[in-house]
Design a protein around this ligand. Structure first.
Ligand SMILES: NC(=O)C1=CN([C@@H]2O[C@H](COP(=O)(O)OP(=O)(O)OC[C@H]3O[C@@H](n4cnc5c(N)ncnc54)[C@H](OP(=O)(O)O)[C@@H]3O)[C@@H](O)[C@H]2O)C=CC1
Ligand SMILES: O=C(O)C1=N[C@H](C(=O)O)C[C@H](O)C1
Length: 252
């Protein structure tokens, strides 16, 4: 039995994740954490801060907000509990804190827990290698109107993957409202759309002279992220301290 703390249990993703765990005979929610603990009627105890949880768990899964990070890292370090971080919108400074903490506990960090987006990343890597000298690259992401961060963590992960592949030669341009000049070849444009209940769409456009390649992933349900995070949890509980991503899980 894997005993799990769900951080952000009353959020949209938290609820989908709790439902997946409740329907899994090999997993158990030992406690939930949410800034409004009494917002929903859950079949487990919910605390306002993870620092108030006394129960012992095997792993923490976090779909919440960057404001929870300090408590999350403190708890994980003190109790030596592995952590799966799915939350997006972290600053550079916060990402360094996560990396530093992973020296003492195993941390799995991915802005997108779906299998499909991780296949998209390898296709983008290949396309960037072959096309980037003569094609312009733009990323468009679409999400529901409740999303608080923009651009999405996945769009940033795609942009960073392109830059890794191209020796950091690209500059990221977020929208073009303030630009009063034509597009430069070294730009990667990143654009965020918000509306309705779109679960998540990411399109990477390679636009050349007389031809365009588009690589697109569409999430039709939040369940794909919940299921991916549970696979990450099963993987991380058996690892040594370190920072792990979907690459480690998929190539194990
Ligand atoms: N890696 C992945 O595959 C995926 C990652 N995500 C990420 O997971 C996170 C949660 O997504 P989702 O469940 O849709 O979001 P929700 O806003 O529905 O839930 C987030 C939770 O965090 C709380 N929260 C929100 N803002 C704050 C704040 N400023 N301070 C403290 N607590 C806050 C919410 O409380 P309250 O309800 O009171 O606002 C809620 O409990 C996001 O960062 C999202 O991008 C989402 C899907 C997939
Ligand atoms: O907030 C969401 O919903 C999602 N967030 C992640 C992101 O920012 O990339 C992943 C997914 O697209 C859904």
């Amino acid at each position: 039995m894997i005993n799990i703390i769900v951080n952000g249990c009353n959020g949209a993703m938290g609820q989908v994740l709790c439902n997946e765990i409740i329907n899994n005979e090999e997993m158990n929610i030992i406690a939930g954490v949410d800034r409004n603990p009494n917002k929903l009627d859950n079949p487990f105890s919910v605390y306002q801060s993870i620092l108030n949880v006394d129960d012992i768990c095997d792993v923490i899964i976090d779909f919440s907000n960057p404001s929870h990070l300090n408590d999350l890292l403190e708890y994980s370090q003190d109790k030596k509990v592995p952590l799966v971080i799915a939350t997006t919108g972290y600053s550079e400074e916060e990402l360094i804190k996560i990396e530093n903490s992973s020296e003492t506990v195993p941390i799995f960090l991915s802005s997108n827990m779906s299998l499909g987006v991780n296949v998209l990343l390898s296709m983008v890597r290949k396309a960037a290698n072959i096309l980037s000298s003569s094609f312009d690259i733009e990323i468009i992401e679409k999400h529901h109107n409740k999303k608080v961060d923009a651009p999405s963590g996945t769009a940033l992960m795609i942009a960073n993957t392109i830059n890794d592949e191209l020796d950091n030669t690209k500059d990221f341009v977020y929208g073009r409202y303030t630009k009063k000049d034509k597009r430069q070849p070294k730009e990667v444009g990143i654009h965020a759309i918000r509306g309705g209940n779109i679960v998540g769409e990411h399109t990477v456009i390679f636009a050349g002279d007389d031809e365009v390649v588009e690589i697109k992933h569409t999430a039709n349900s939040k369940k794909i992220f919940a299921k991916g995070s549970l696979e990450a949890a099963q993987y991380i509980i058996n690892q040594k301290p370190g920072l792990y991503t979907m690459d480690n899980l998929l190539n194990k």
